[in-house]
Design a protein around this ligand. Structure first.
Ligand SMILES: O=C(O)c1cc(=O)[nH]c(=O)n1[C@@H]1O[C@H](COP(=O)(O)O)[C@@H](O)[C@H]1O
Length: 275
């Protein structure tokens, strides 16, 4: 998917929402545990209830891998279900991978050849040769961790040398490895005030912004500081949407929550003259 196709979808749906499929077997409604694949049953109903107000889904691999082979099957079924029924929706493997070159190449194969993800989150710590193997896949995206939403972000990411913070260095250096058509960055919504400076470095790249909803980041601040002429934002919410209810009405309630976020997004897109 190109950035223009993503933007067209954002305008069509008046939404830059990414629903995080962080599907926890201990949190899903109990009645689903009687089905053959409770994780997929949950995801399918969430997708059916939210696909018209979301432009991306982001399964976080930890929730699937923690269940062994069954979790992996649920993940594959989820990706196939989205691809088959909603081919315009961007799918992110939130796997935070990155290793020596030949190993990264195998990770890329797993997500882009074996499964039909559009993108994968990658950690930059091991440098260029750990990221490049993901970038050689045509029409696929790397979403590189830049400034994360968690408290631990302050352990390393703000370290400064020659007036440059580590996360700024990561963005500047890695931007030369790929293009605006195959590289996005993660910037946490909890650090939205940094987005204006980040936009000085990468005005055009798409950003994946997690941290609204359960982590308390502000959508308005994110849009104020980070939106560009093609929107340039995918804002993720996981728990804030998918766990709106633990009863049989869980998908309807998730939809209600997604619509609240989407309506705020529509307002922001309008204010920025994009719709
Ligand atoms: O890469 C990510 O998606 C990510 C980066 C980051 O800095 N912070 C962050 O929360 N995430 C992910 O975004 C999701 C946030 O979930 P909620 O806090 O439930 O909305 C989780 O899947 C996290 O792993």
């Amino acid at each position: 998917m190109t950035s223009q196709e993503l933007f067209e979808n954002i305008k069509k749906k008046k939404s830059f929402l990414c629903v995080g499929l962080d599907t926890d077997i201990n949190k899903i409604p109990r009645h689903l545990l009687d089905t053959t694949d409770p994780i997929f049953a949950f995801n399918k109903q969430i997708i059916d209830a939210t696909h018209d107000v979301t432009v991306a889904y982001k399964p976080n691999l930890a929730f699937y891998e923690s269940l062994g082979v069954n979790g992996w099957n649920s993940l594959e079924k989820t990706v196939n279900y989205i691809k088959y029924n909603h081919p315009d929706i961007f799918i992110i493997a939130d796997a935070k991978r990155g290793d020596i070159g030949n190993t990264s190449a195998m990770y890329a194969k797993a997500f882009f050849d074996h499964m039909e993800f559009d993108s994968v989150t990658v950690a930059p710590y091991m440098g260029e040769d750990s990221v490049k193997p993901f970038l050689t896949h045509v029409d696929k995206w790397v979403i590189l961790l830049a400034l994360t939403s968690n408290k631990g972000a302050f352990d390393f990411q703000f370290m400064e040398e020659n007036n440059e913070k580590l996360y700024e260095k990561v963005i500047k250096t890695s931007a030369t490895w790929g293009t605006e058509e195959n590289l996005m960055y993660v910037v946490g919504a909890t650090k939205a005030e940094m987005l204006a400076d980040i936009r000085q470095i990468i005005p055009n790249h798409f950003l994946l912004v997690p941290g609204v909803g359960a982590q308390g980041g502000s959508l308005e601040e994110v849009a104020k500081n980070g939106m560009n002429s093609k929107c340039g934002l995918l804002v993720n919410s996981s728990r804030g949407i998918i766990y709106a209810s633990d009863a049989e009405d869980f998908a309807d309630k998730a939809r209600e929550n997604a619509i609240v976020v989407q309506q705020d997004m529509a307002k922001l897109l309008k204010e920025h003259g994009l719709i």
